[in-house]
Design a protein. Structure first.
Lengths: 93, 449
C-alpha cells in the first residue's frame, strides 16, 4: 500500500482535478486498491511529508519535503504527462 | 422559443440545487461525455450546492447573533459576515448569468484566439465563476441579464489580457513555463501591484528595502490552518460578544468546523464540474493549439506555493483582522476568506520580483482597500445570494467575501454601471482597447520570432 499526498494551493481545486487523473492512471496500470491518496494544502506538505511515500503537487516545491516530490502541473495543462506518468509508475514499484 | 424560455424559467425557479445538476448534465452530454458520467457529475455539483448551503447556514445561525451582540456591546461596526469564496462561487454559478457562463466564456476565448487578441487557452473553466459573479452583480444593479452577461464578457477580456501580460513574470519568478494565470481574482491585483511597484521605485531609500521572509513560514504557520484559525477566531468573537464560557467554546468549535467544511463542499462542486471542464479544455486545446507562442491558462492555485506568497499571506492573516477593526468605514468581519489571501499574491509576487517588503506594502494596501470594497458591495452580494436561494443570516445581517466581494476590478465594473449606459461603454472601451493593444504586441512578437 502506497501513501500518496496530493497537494495544491488550497487542497481543494487543482488537487481534485489532479487526483481524479492520477487515480485513473494508477487503476489503468493495475494498481487499483494498492494506494491511498490524501489531498492537502501545499503549506502542510513539509510537515506531513514524512508519513507519505511520495508527494504530487500542482504548485512549486516548498522547502523541507522529506519524500520524493513530483510536479503534477502537467495533469492540468496536458503537456508532458508521459514523462510524469513514468516517474509515478517508477515510484509505485 | 417561448417553450424553451418557459422551461429555463421553470428549472431556474427550482433553485441551483436542482438547476445546476441539470445544466451540468446537459453540457456534459453536448461536449461528448457519456450520459451516466454526465448525470453523476451533475448530481455531484448538486451535492456540493446543498452541502455548502448547510454549512453556510450553520455559520450564519451561530456567527450572526454573536456578531450582532458584539456590535451592540462595543459599537464595533463589523456586522457584515465574510462567508468566503466557495459561497461566492455557488452564488455566481447559481445566478442567471452563471447559467450560461461556461459556453459564453468558451466562445469569448475562441473569438479572442481567432482575432489574435490573446495567446492564452484558458482551460480553467472552474474559475469562470469570477466573471459570472461580476455579471450577477451588474444584472442586479441594471435589472438586465443581458448587461450582466456583457459585463462578464468584458471582465474576462480584461483578465485574459492581464494573463498574457504577466505570463513572462509567471515563467521567471514562479517557474511555470508555458502557463498564464487568467484568474479573475489574482489577475485583478497585477495592475495595482505594477503601480505600487513603480511608485516605490521612485522613492530614494525605500526602493532599496527588502525583508527576508524565510523564517516567517515556520513562525506564522499556524495562521494557515483553518481548524485553528476558525476555532480561535470563533472563541474570540464569543468572548467579545459576552457569551458564557460554555457558549464561547461552542462557538469556537463550530466555527473551526465551518472553516474546515466549506472547502470540502467546494471540492465537491469542483469534482462535479471536472468532466465538463476536461471536455471543454480538450476541445479548445485540439482546435487552437498550433498558433505560435501559446500559454495554457490555469487556476492561479498553481502559483500559491511560492515561499514569498505563502509567508506574506500568513503575516497578513492577523494584520487583516487588525485592519478590519481600526479601518474607518469598514463593516466586514474577515473570516472564511482569510484562507484565500495567498491568491491575492500569486501575481503580485512576480511583479515585485520576490521583494518581501514590497509584497507586504502592496498586501496591506490591497487588503485595506479590499475591506472597503467588500463593505460597499455587501448589499449587492447579499441580494445575489437571496436570488440564488441561499439561506441568509438572521437579523438582516449582510454577507460578503474578501475574495471576489473585495475584488477591485469587479468593483470598478459593477460601480461604473451606477452611471447607466455610459458606465458600460467605458468598461467596453477599456476592455477592447486592452485587447487591441495585446493584439499589436502578439503580432509584433510573431514577426520577430
Amino acid at each position: 500500500m502506497k501513501a500518496i499526498l496530493l497537494a495544491c494551493g488550497s487542497g481543494i481545486c487543482t488537487s481534485t482535478a489532479a487526483r481524479v487523473k492520477v487515480e485513473k492512471l494508477l487503476d489503468a496500470n493495475g494498481y487499483k486498491g494498492q494506494y491511498k491518496i490524501e489531498q492537502g494544502k501545499i503549506a502542510e506538505v513539509a510537515a506531513k511529508s514524512s508519513n507519505f511515500d511520495f508527494v504530487i503537487a500542482t504548485t512549486m516545491k516548498p522547502d523541507g519535503v522529506k519524500c520524493p516530490f513530483i510536479n503534477g502541473i502537467c495533469f492540468l495543462t496536458g503537456v508532458g504527462v508521459d514523462q510524469v506518468t513514468k516517474e509515478i509508475l517508477e515510484l509505485m514499484k | 422559443m417561448s417553450y424553451i424560455l418557459g422551461f429555463f424559467d421553470f428549472i431556474q425557479g427550482l433553485g441551483p440545487n436542482v438547476m445546476m445538476p441539470i445544466i451540468i448534465c446537459i453540457f456534459g452530454i453536448i461536449l461528448g461525455t457519456e450520459i451516466g458520467k454526465s448525470i453523476r457529475a451533475g448530481l455531484t455539483v448538486g451535492v456540493g450546492f446543498i452541502g455548502l448551503n448547510l454549512v453556510i447556514a450553520a455559520m450564519s445561525s451561530n456567527l450572526g447573533p454573536a456578531v450582532q451582540q458584539m456590535v451592540e456591546r462595543f459599537g464595533l461596526h463589523l456586522s457584515i459576515i465574510d462567508v468566503g469564496w466557495p459561497a461566492a462561487a455557488a452564488i455566481a454559478f447559481g445566478s442567471t448569468v452563471g447559467l450560461v457562463i461556461i459556453p459564453v466564456c468558451l466562445l469569448v476565448n475562441i473569438v479572442m484566439l481567432v482575432t489574435n487578441t490573446t495567446q492564452t487557452i484558458d482551460v480553467d473553466i472552474w474559475d469562470y465563476w469570477h466573471f459570472a459573479f461580476t455579471g450577477a452583480l451588474v444584472a442586479i444593479i441594471t435589472g438586465s441579464q443581458t448587461l450582466g452577461i456583457i459585463a462578464a464578457v468584458l471582465n474576462m477580456v480584461i483578465i485574459m489580457v492581464i494573463g498574457d501580460y504577466t505570463a513572462p513574470g509567471v515563467e521567471k519568478t514562479l517557474g511555470l513555463p508555458g502557463v498564464s494565470l487568467p484568474h479573475g481574482f489574482s489577475a485583478a491585483y497585477a495592475p495595482i501591484a505594477i503601480v505600487i511597484n513603480k511608485i516605490i521605485d521612485l522613492i530614494p531609500g525605500v526602493r532599496n528595502i527588502d525583508i527576508n521572509m524565510e523564517k516567517v513560514q515556520e513562525k506564522f504557520g499556524v495562521f494557515g490552518e483553518p481548524i485553528i484559525v476558525g476555532t480561535v477566531l470563533g472563541a474570540i468573537i464569543g468572548v467579545v460578544a459576552g457569551y458564557s464560557f460554555g457558549d464561547v467554546l461552542k462557538l469556537g468549535v463550530t466555527m473551526g468546523a465551518v472553516l474546515v467544511l466549506i472547502p470540502r463542499m467546494a471540492s465537491l462542486l469542483m469534482e462535479g464540474l471536472l468532466p465538463v471542464s476536461d471536455a471543454a479544455a480538450e476541445f479548445i486545446n485540439k482546435h487552437f493549439s498550433n498558433r505560435g507562442k501559446m500559454y495554457i491558462g490555469l487556476d492561479s492555485a498553481v502559483g500559491v506555493g511560492h515561499p514569498l506568497t505563502l509567508s506574506v499571506s500568513l503575516i497578513l492573516v492577523p494584520l487583516t483582522l487588525l485592519i478590519a477593526v481600526i479601518l474607518p468605514g469598514n463593516q466586514v468581519l474577515p473570516f472564511a476568506d482569510l484562507a484565500v489571501i495567498p491568491w491575492m499574491f500569486v501575481l503580485i509576487t512576480p511583479v515585485v520580483k520576490g521583494n518581501g517588503f514590497r509584497a507586504l506594502v502592496t498586501g496591506i494596501i490591497v487588503i485595506a482597500g479590499g475591506l472597503l470594497i467588500s463593505t460597499n458591495l455587501a448589499p449587492l452580494m447579499t441580494s445575489a445570494a437571496v436570488n440564488a436561494n441561499y439561506a441568509m443570516p438572521s437579523n438582516a445581517t449582510q454577507i460578503s467575501s474578501i475574495c471576489d466581494g473585495a475584488n477591485p476590478l469587479t468593483w470598478a465594473i459593477v460601480r461604473l454601471n451606477d452611471f447607466g449606459w455610459i458606465g458600460m461603454i467605458v468598461v467596453a472601451v477599456i476592455a477592447i482597447g486592452l485587447a487591441l493593444f495585446n493584439r499589436r504586441r502578439i503580432l509584433k512578437e510573431a514577426l520577430e520570432s
